[in-house]
Design a protein around this ligand. Structure first.
Ligand code: DC
Length: 228
């Protein structure tokens, strides 16, 4: 692999529902950078586990599934991405609550994280990358030029996820979502490998009371880019 260490990376880490996905898409579009939605890789692995009825304790089989994911990310308008797993559009399945819960479980397996590491690093391509995840600034791209950590209260995040699911035509119960967000946070924060913590020197933004535009503007100011 050629030396990619000089290609700029902006890492955007934080819990689900903090607005990372949307903010990262907007940043990537504005800057003309590539986008890595690393959560999608964990969700895809989870989907493989579910579709192939793998046992959650069968670490070898799950790591193999992660390593061999046949996935294509097709960029769409507005920074959106179509995700194809074995040629099948799995956009809706990836967001199902069952997939989210399984993703959090597979993400706690060190061998799965290891299997997805090289694949994630391969997204570092010119002219630059916006990397969205939990450990982008701490583990995957520790040398990133700019690191951002986005947070928001669990209640706000549950509301956002609810709206997102309804828009995608998926039925969702907000109380159930809040509970699964709190449970998932706990697992993500306390796991021994790559726990969800801000990277050293990260710019921390609480998006609870900010609009998307305000968050984007704060990040652009932080990285020193004035809006075109
Ligand atoms: O961001 P998301 O909700 O799509 O992530 C899905 C799951 O994957 C979530 O439980 C956290 C985990 N994840 C992770 O452990 N590391 C990442 N870099 C991205 C996601």
């Amino acid at each position: 692999m050629s030396d990619t260490s000089t290609i700029p990376v902006i890492t955007v880490d934080g819990p689900s529902g903090s607005g990372k996905g949307t903010i990262s898409q907007i940043l990537a579009t504005k800057l003309g950078y590539h986008l890595l939605d690393s959560g999608a890789l964990y969700r895809l692995t989870a989907l493989s586990v579910i579709k192939n009825n793998l046992d959650i304790d069968d670490v070898d089989a799950i790591s193999k599934a992660a390593l061999e994911l046949d996935v294509v990310f097709e960029p769409q308008a507005e920074g959106e991405q179509k995700v194809l797993l074995n040629g099948e559009d799995v956009g809706v399945q990836l967001r199902l609550d069952e997939t989210s819960a399984m993703a959090s479980k597979v993400a706690a397996i060190p061998q799965v994280r290891e299997a997805l590491l090289i694949r994630q690093k391969q997204f570092r391509q010119a002219p630059g990358l916006v990397a969205d995840g939990r450990d982008m600034g701490t583990v995957v791209f520790p040398d990133a030029e700019h690191k951002v950590f986005l947070t928001a209260s669990p209640e706000i995040r549950a509301e956002r996820r609810h709206k997102q699911l309804i828009e995608k035509g998926v039925n969702a119960n907000i109380r159930h979502l809040l509970k699964s967000i709190i449970d998932r946070d706990e697992r993500d924060r306390t796991r021994t490998v790559a726990p969800l913590v801000p990277a050293e020197g990260a710019f921390v933004v609480d998006s609870s009371d900010l609009s998307i535009d305000e968050v984007v503007q704060q990040i652009l100011d932080f990285i020193g880019v004035s809006e075109a």
